[in-house]
Design a protein around this ligand. Structure first.
Ligand code: NAD
Length: 446
């Protein structure tokens, strides 16, 4: 597929020039922090909601010093400013990079999904290490560009699906890779929320007054223009809307499918299909089922299906071979193996079934770690994390392909990962999106 046709503003031109120059330097090693005393100077973009969790966890690392805070809403700086005093504040990430790029080694991106790529790609182009919330991007095309540019720049990256580093998911991965249930033949994953549950509406609300301190133009960023309305977009409720969020699959897929991807080593689905009871062009569907088929790996059968359900749908309980009085967790994954089954709750320790067969099975003790500190340590050491964009990009491509399938329900999409086509013209158009001028995402380049 081709790059979207963008207008060229002065800023975009400078950014793209920077990218071209950056591309020429791809052979260099990961940049070391430039503060000279082994500190990582970090900028946080989106400082409340999950942004607060991200910056407080990153900021508890003794080698981190914040040099920039950015949020489109002036009323949301208080907590960050109280915890980390004296950090300069911006509303516009582009101004922040213009003014302070030389004081920033690394960037946390914790904004709504529709702005991850606009911000993170600019940070990557400038050679900054990046921690970016899940889903890594809003579209399949963006996920590919994020991976490519991160690899070209050699910086240290991490997606913000922090349970990747939790003891429970690490233990589940170890059990599968250690052969506890034999070759895996099918995986079911599910989450107990649905795609449009926060606003409970399917049409756009009437315009409302923008609250003082909120820059609505900056909040919209790359998304098509629409008027502000209270209690449906900013904060948090943007998730329901296709222009901003990624539905239940996008919200939880990069969490719950992460141990499936890590354990099995699957990548690039061959096909994807979605079914649900209907939606429109505004919001994500209610309860849905998405099925991907992957080429097998040494830990799976020749082909392997991964089936996602949300909105209260779950796999048939009997598939798990659990005791009659047990129930599946509200959210999690069921790995069906040739020798047994593993249920991995989100977030909880794995369970092996049938219980009698595994009564004496010793579950190994695997320690968890701080996902945020792991990123800081890796950046300071010039190393990569286990959840960098080389891994998180393809995981996010798969998740967002599911969202493309949800907009052509009942259609089997055949994914050609190399050429980035599904064989379906309507679906191919949804692999990317149009960007408002000034917030474009250029291709990563060669
Ligand atoms: N890893 C997790 O467990 C987890 C949990 C919740 C949310 N998230 C992810 O974190 C991200 C943020 O979600 P949230 O629930 O905190 O959203 P939110 O709307 O509650 O908070 C977003 C924050 O970013 C600010 N913001 C919005 N656009 C901005 C921009 N262009 N520039 C600077 N600041 C901007 C907002 O003012 C707000 O302070 C999403 O990608 C979401 O998927 C991850």
């Amino acid at each position: 597929m081709t790059t979207p046709d963008y207008g060229t503003s002065r800023r975009t031109f400078l950014y793209q020039s920077g990218l071209l120059m950056a591309g020429a330097a791809t052979a260099t090693a990961a940049p070391r922090p430039r503060s000279g005393n082994e500190q990582l100077r970090v900028a946080a973009v989106g400082v409340n909601g999950m942004g607060w969790s991200d910056l407080s966890n990153v900021g508890s690392h003794p080698s981190v010093r914040f040099t920039a805070f950015c949020d489109i809403d002036n009323s949301r700086f208080d907590r960050a400013a109280a915890a980390f005093s004296g950090v300069r504040q911006w509303q516009d990430y582009r101004r922040m990079f213009d003014d302070a790029a030389d004081q920033i080694d690394a960037v946390i991106v914790s904004t709504p999904d529709h702005m991850h790529a606009s911000i993170a790609m600019q940070a990557l182009a400038m050679g900054k290490h990046v921690y970016c919330q899940k889903p890594l991007t809003h579209t399949v095309w963006e996920a590919r560009q994020m991976r490519l540019l991160a690899e070209q720049k050699g910086v240290t990256t991490q997606m913000g699906n922090q349970i990747h580093s939790h003891q429970a998911y690490r233990t589940g991965v170890r059990l599968i890779q250690g052969g506890a249930i034999g070759k895996v033949t099918q995986v079911h994953s599910w989450v107990g929320v649905q795609g449009r549950q926060y606003c409970n509406r399917t049409d756009r609300p009437p315009a409302g007054a923008v609250p003082p301190g909120v820059d609505w133009n900056l909040w919209l960023g790359a998304a098509p223009e629409r008027p502000f309305a209270a209690d449906v977009y900013h904060p948090f409720k943007w998730r329901d809307w296709q222009d901003f969020g990624s539905g239940a699959l996008g919200d939880f897929g990069c969490h719950i499918l992460d141990p499936v991807f890590t354990a099995l080593g699957i990548r690039n689905p061959l096909t994807v299909t979605a079914e649900h009871s209907g939606t429109n062009d505004e919001v994500w569907p209610g309860p849905e089922t998405v099925t991907w088929e992957f080429a097998g790996t040494e830990l799976t059968s020749d082909r392997i299906q991964v089936i996602w359900r949300d909105g209260g749908l779950q796999p048939p309980q009997e598939l798990a071979k659990m005791p009659a009085d047990a129930t599946l967790p509200k959210s999690g994954s069921l790995f069906i193996g040739e020798k047994g089954n593993m249920v991995l709750p989100h977030v909880g320790m794995p369970m092996l079934f049938p219980a009698e067969k595994y009564a004496d099975y010793e579950i190994p003790e695997i320690a968890g770690s701080s996902h945020w500190h792991d990123w800081v340590d890796a950046a300071l050491a010039g190393k990569q994390t286990t959840d960098g964009f080389s891994y998180a990009g393809p995981l996010t491509e798969t998740v967002q392909l599911g969202n493309v399938a949800a907009r052509v329900p009942g259609t089997v999409l055949k994914w050609d990962a190399e050429h980035m086509t599904t064989g379906n013209t309507r679906a191919d158009a949804m692999l990317t999106k149009h960007y408002r001028r000034g917030f474009e995402v250029p291709a990563a380049g060669g």
